[in-house]
Design a binder for this molecule. Sequence first.
Ligand SMILES: *[C@@H]1O[C@H](CO)[C@@H](O)[C@H](O)[C@H]1NC(C)=O
Ligand SMILES: *[C@@H]1O[C@H](CO)[C@@H](O)[C@H](O)[C@H]1NC(C)=O
Ligand SMILES: *[C@@H]1O[C@H](CO)[C@@H](O)[C@H](O)[C@H]1NC(C)=O
Length: 616
Amino acid sequence: MRGPAWWALLLVVALAVADLATARFVVEKNSIQVTSPEELKGKYECAIGNFGVPQYGGTLHGWVEYPRSNKKACQSFDQFDISFKPKAAGGRPNFVLVDRGDCFFTTKAWNAQNAGAAALLVVDDKDEPLITMDNPEEGKEHLENITIPSVLITKKLGDQLKKSAEKGDMLSVLLDWKESLPHPDERVEYELWTNSNDECGPKCDMQMDFVKSFRGTAQVLEKKGYTQFTPHYITWYCPESFVTSKQCKSQCINHGRYCAPDPEQDFSEGYDGKDVVVQNLHQICVFKIANDTGKPWLWWDYVHDFALRCPMNEKKYTKDCAHDVIKSLGVRHIILVDILLHFALEFDLFVPCAIVGNCGLDMEKINKCVGDPEADEDNEILKAEQDSQIGHGKRGDVTILPTLVINNRQYRGKLDKVAVLKAICSGFEETTEPAICLSEDVQTNECLDNNGGCWLDKANNVTACKDTFRGRVCECPIVKGVKFVGDGYTNCEASGIGRCEINNGGCWKETQKGKTISACLNEESEGCKCPAGFKGDGIKSCEGKEATTAAVGWSFLWVIFFGLVFAGVGAYAVYKYRLRSYMDSEIRAIMAQYMPLDNQEGANLNQHHVAHAEDI
Ligand SMILES: *[C@@H]1O[C@H](CO)[C@@H](O)[C@H](O)[C@H]1NC(C)=O
Ligand SMILES: *[C@@H]1O[C@H](CO)[C@@H](O)[C@H](O)[C@H]1NC(C)=O
Ligand SMILES: *[C@@H]1O[C@H](CO)[C@@H](O)[C@H](O)[C@H]1NC(C)=O
């Protein structure tokens, strides 16, 4: 039983592999720009690895280190006491340059990431055109956790960089993914080549996790017209002479025209390849009918719900389960309708669309689209899918699942919500990207380090650093409706109406006796000007009326002081004079006692004396 089964499987797989061998595979690239040393300066090409998170639409600038040991990064760098963490907080990150060979690319990336590297540069070990570093089927354990981008560089560039590093030169490079995806217009077209099979291990889990986490975002983008999404499904065909074989019958529908591998790779148990094809066909038909009624985003709900409600391991991977899911599509939000529908489903009643209000999808149309899997005829939908598997333009043939194609370029990297959103966002011309691209979801958090090197007014918590999916930008902000202008790096100033409300427009201000005098004039749209009667730069100081008053105050004190001094001196002089006069008269009086004086005079003197005595 097992023998022939394996033969047939091998044949179908061989066919697929033959396809693969002749398949046109396109290596997706980004640019690497060496910024130092001087003699290597310039732009080079590198190939984006198919794991980790390439910074689509952005750039990453860092120092390059070539480790003194563990040069292939096949072991943990801990053992060698090597770390690639930036030397200082907010410092430029470090990339690690390693040699190809001896272990999986993903192992190298994992070791580099754990040692603190911000990116992995793998040097090819032979002179050849660049290839895409892929994640192997085995050795996947780190795959989900790799978050740094990885690139493959040519042996030639690698050798030059290594030589330079060994000489002790400071190596610095800029990885640039800005032009990795074309952005021809204001809508991004993207395709996901996927599968309804939920029992294929990590790859199937990854696809399902992606649909779950990306569904909301995809629907918003689609509803607002920013994207046009199309799901796709790969099928193979059975070789002519095997069409009637048991094996092809279990793997294919429509007489060997459309086949999928057996989910358990065992034809005698569980679901067969043809069950997978039928479910895939349902998913395409749901998309087609939903798209025809102007609601293409219902596909995300269907695929999500189907995976939850109809899993293989619960033996619910059936047509009936699929139909139940289709019937409940698009009406879930309305409770009344839910109740109605519940009864309708329970008793198999027909609920006219008019009553439900929101009709979900027309079951008849779906059935017509699916057609008869037993019929010996083409299925238009699946035929079209097979045709579009073949690459065109810059896109290679689709041979692996899952495959994401954005603006007709194959996406490289992890199938992760944020990474994919970044890639989609980079498919828009700068400034035309939807708001979601500038949301927290895709922020790079570069502003957290040293404020991204942008202008910052700490005291007022105003910054020019803006985190975007393209990386941080230094752009003077708008705060409370007031626009700041400047270079964004070293200065930003509030300008226009209302600017005086914020930090007084950066101008001088002083409050005295409850009265505020300001150099920010609302009628001027920018700059600072000391108010009438004041002089100064208007920013740190203004001097004028206030200063004069103060001077007057001081001179007044001086006047008083000198007045007092003069008064004191004067009083002293008068006192001295009077004392002397008194002494004179005293002496005269004494002398008069010894020598007779003119009486008159003596009486006068006495009077004087008394007066003096009273005075003193
Ligand atoms: C990878 O990440 C997941 C979830 O964050 C975690 O549970 C798992 O332990 C990680 N694996 C490794 C090898 O660090
Ligand atoms: C979906 O609908 C749009 C517009 O209605 C159309 O341009 C597009 O070709 C349709 N896609 C498919 C796969 O039918
Ligand atoms: C500064 O503003 C940001 C948001 O605008 C806020 O999250 C943060 O807590 C503020 N910091 C201070 C010190 O007020």
